[in-house]
Design a protein around this ligand. Structure first.
Ligand SMILES: [Zn+2]
Length: 322
């Protein structure tokens, strides 16, 4: 009898020891409670560089593909472990869904170009098939983007586009396009390419721009050297989320690549695609033009992640295996 009692006591103690840390983790972070339902797992892997830092906590292994992030950059995170059902991260007040892949879950940590440079808390929530949840608390550094200053001169016939209200309205329209999240990955294992193969990047993302010595704004994409009529190609596979005209971006195509990733193609002459159409990487979307708020024919390329513009070139290079 005493042996059975001892065994029971040991069992109770063991159960308490095993479950207590999980219970306390749940109490410490009551929110968020569940990963976004409906995320479709990708059958193929993504192009993957080498991780630069690895953190192991209980059943989870967390890999960082960055050491620090500049303002406007995107960082790739990977979490894996036996019986893992989902993952999310919290950065400031943003909840970031991790997307399921054959080798675990990947998250895109997009830093706004205006995010103050300092150390930030990063909380990773991991759910398991047995209903338990684990929280990993870590930190990362946002450093200054070192953005340049530029003066832009617009011709009198385009000067009406120097208007904060026009800019605000257009941003609201774009944010509405970016807010429809496709729950599966549409881009393939080739990652993302320049819309003009071998094209020369000219005017950088994030630049502080002054138009006609009066109006100040930020450059939300990269300009690529181009000649009028040159074909513009899709950076990666996706669906056309917008094809039409906007005041500042002129003739514009927006491609939805899934999991909250969008690319935009602005100031086009002709547009060859329509909304809802599927496009392949390298498919011609239209031609270089001089429409919208331009000081001459050129091509403007943007990437948006989780609703905000990020450095398109850094985003593209992030996926390249080293
Ligand atoms: Zn531009």
């Amino acid at each position: 009898m005493p042996t059975r009692l001892l065994a029971l006591l040991l069992l109770v103690l063991f159960a308490a020891f095993v479950t207590l840390p999980l219970v306390s983790a749940q109490e410490a972070t009551p929110d968020p409670v569940m990963p976004t339902p409906g995320l479709v797992a990708s059958p193929t892997p993504i192009p993957r560089p080498l991780p630069l830092n690895t953190l192991t906590a209980e059943r989870a292994t967390l890999e960082f593909f960055f050491t620090e992030l500049e303002q406007g950059q995107t960082g790739l995170l990977h979490v894996s472990g036996a019986g893992m059902a989902g993952a999310r991260a919290r950065f400031v007040n943003n909840l970031i869904d991790f997307f399921p892949m054959p080798d675990g879950f990947y998250g895109l940590l997009a830093v706004n170009m205006e995010q103050s440079p300092r150390t930030y808390d990063l909380d990773i929530f991991v759910w398991y098939d047995d209903g338990t949840r684990q929280t990993i608390n870590t930190q990362f550094e946002v450093i200054t983007g070192g953005f340049i200053k530029q003066d832009v001169t617009l011709a009198p016939d385009k000067a009406y586009l120097i208007d904060p209200e026009v800019e605000r309205d257009e941003l609201a329209r774009l944010e509405s396009v970016f807010s429809t999240i496709t729950l599966e990955r549409l881009w393939d294992s080739e990652g993302f390419q320049l819309p003009i193969p071998g094209g020369e990047l000219t005017s950088p993302f994030g630049a502080f721009r002054t138009f006609n010595q009066s109006f100040q704004t930020r450059h939300t994409g990269w300009d690529i050297r181009a000649t009028l009529g040159q074909p513009i190609m899709a950076s990666a596979k996706g669906t056309v989320a917008f094809a039409g005209f906007m005041e500042i971006r002129g003739n514009l195509v927006v491609i939805d690549h899934g999991y909250g990733v969008f690319t935009t193609y602005a100031h086009l002459g002709q547009v060859h695609v329509t909304r809802g159409q599927s496009v392949n990487e390298g498919q011609v979307l239209g031609t270089v033009g001089n429409t919208g708020r331009t000081s001459g024919p050129h091509f403007h390329w943007e990437v948006a992640v989780n609703g905000g513009f990020v450095d398109a070139n850094q985003f593209m290079l992030m996926w390249k295996p080293v």
